[in-house]
Design a protein around this ligand. Structure first.
Ligand SMILES: Cc1cc2nc3c(=O)[nH]c(=O)nc-3n(C[C@H](O)[C@H](O)[C@H](O)COP(=O)(O)OP(=O)(O)OC[C@H]3O[C@@H](n4cnc5c(N)ncnc54)[C@H](O)[C@@H]3O)c2cc1C
Length: 376
């Protein structure tokens, strides 16, 4: 525990910033003053709102990464939090299915199937291999040459989760500065001065949780080693009676080097069936609705697993943008989350490339930040 009372400024009220502000205020109580700054008039208006809402198991990430560790423990913490705070949650489990076509045409996919299964085994994730005839017992309209079923995966209402974390933090005494944009920093006499469009705030610690803009915030403070690439993922909603054909999460076998997890079926907590997201590098960080990907791309991906969807009507739903990090020129390189204390006393913690499974991992990531602060 730090020796004197500290002021901590957290930048960004997405799921990460709200989870951090809530966790550190709850743990350190009156020995910290926590200020959360958000440029929008409400929390969670960017990537934390436009995602799949899945509490992942960690199986999609290499076992020794922060991504895997945070997903694993964050999943349990988020479930517990949602249950205690009335955030809608649908505990449906996830099927990762090898489509027949994949196995016939792409031997690489078989390797990927066993790779992901081994990630699960190394992390002791509860899962079951399903033979082709066992898949319809879980999802009657889904077909495949084999599948992994992970019962612990759930879907939450991601927007309500962030709103609830924000409220929990506020109730504990976190000071919320909404509609306030960080525009620069000064570092003088052992303090940071955070300049916003409204005022200047003196602080001992800055935590940069600005999502897509975390590289720009870091650069404003003199840390120019990060570059975030915006990778958009779009979703289509299945309309009409076909929306009842699939009732849980059905994912394809991921392809190594793919910037996403592959177009999947997503049943939301309010009962809608969505298809998505794809993964496309887009020209800027606000490229949400321009140049939409045609519905046929999503239907083709879905019919591989669920032939009964071939005549379904699809409607474009929304898109979210992944804050993909790279420290190299290779944009397909899969980076882990970066939590880097880039300046000591005053302290500046940059959190960069906090992409999927960032929703799942938020409460575990917040504990990790709490432990960093504890050592100050
Ligand atoms: C298509 C898609 C699907 C995904 N699916 C899942 C999933 O199913 N499960 C999962 O675990 N993860 C998923 N993710 C990842 C997850 O959504 C993110 O990891 C998470 O939302 C990131 O939260 P964040 O708080 O870091 O960022 P954000 O939600 O982007 O929050 C950052 C905040 O900082 C604010 N900000 C930025 N600049 C400034 C500034 N200058 N001044 C003040 N405020 C500022 C922004 O307004 C924003 O509110 C998905 C992501 C995408 C894009």
């Amino acid at each position: 525990m730090f020796k004197k009372s500290l002021r901590v400024v957290v930048i960004g009220a997405g799921v990460l910033g709200t989870a951090i502000a809530y966790t550190i205020k709850k743990s350190f109580k009156n020995s910290v003053e926590v200020i959360l700054i958000e440029k929008h008039t409400a929390p969670g208006q960017e990537t934390s709102k436009f995602n799949s809402g899945v509490l992942h198991s960690g199986i999609h990430s290499k076992p020794d990464t922060l991504k895997a560790k945070f997903a694993r423990s964050g999943n349990l913490m988020a479930k517990d939090y949602c249950q205690r705070n009335g955030v809608p949650i649908y505990e449906c489990g996830m099927l990762i299915v090898a489509a027949y076509r994949d196995l016939i045409y792409l031997t690489k996919k078989i390797r990927n199937f066993w790779n992901i299964y081994n990630h699960g085994r190394e992390q002791n994730i509860e899962m079951k291999i399903l033979m082709p005839w066992e898949i319809p017992r879980i999802e009657p309209e889904v077909r495949g040459a084999g599948a992994i079923f992970i019962p612990d995966v759930a879907v939450i209402d991601q927007e309500k989760f962030v709103q609830s974390l924000f409220k929990s933090g506020k109730d504990l005494g976190v000071q919320m500065f909404l509609d306030t944009q960080v525009i620069g920093f000064r570092n003088m006499a052992g303090k940071y001065y955070v300049e916003t469009n409204k005022s200047t705030i003196e602080t001992d610690v800055v935590i940069n949780a600005a999502g897509l803009y975390a590289d720009e915030i870091a650069k404003m403070a003199g840390f120019d080693q990060y570059k975030i690439y915006p990778y958009r993922g779009e979703y289509y909603e299945v309309l009409g009676p076909e929306a009842k054909l699939v009732n849980r999460l059905v994912y394809p076998v991921p392809i190594e080097g793919d910037p996403g997890k592959g177009i999947h079926f997503l049943k939301t907590t309010d009962g809608r069936l969505l298809l998505g997201p794809n993964a496309r590098l887009v020209p800027n960080k606000e490229y949400y609705t321009q140049d939409k990907t045609p519905a046929e791309v999503f239907k083709k991906a879905a019919v591989r697993f669920c032939p009964a969807l071939k005549n379904a009507e699809l409607k474009w739903a929304y898109s979210g943008i992944r804050p993909k990090l790279t420290l190299k020129d290779d944009i397909h390189h899969e980076s882990d989350f970066i939590f880097s204390l880039d300046h000591q006393n005053p302290f500046f913690l940059n959190i960069i490339g906090y992409e999927s499974p960032g929703l799942s991992g938020a409460l575990a990531a917040a504990e990790y930040v709490k432990n960093i602060l504890n050592k100050i």
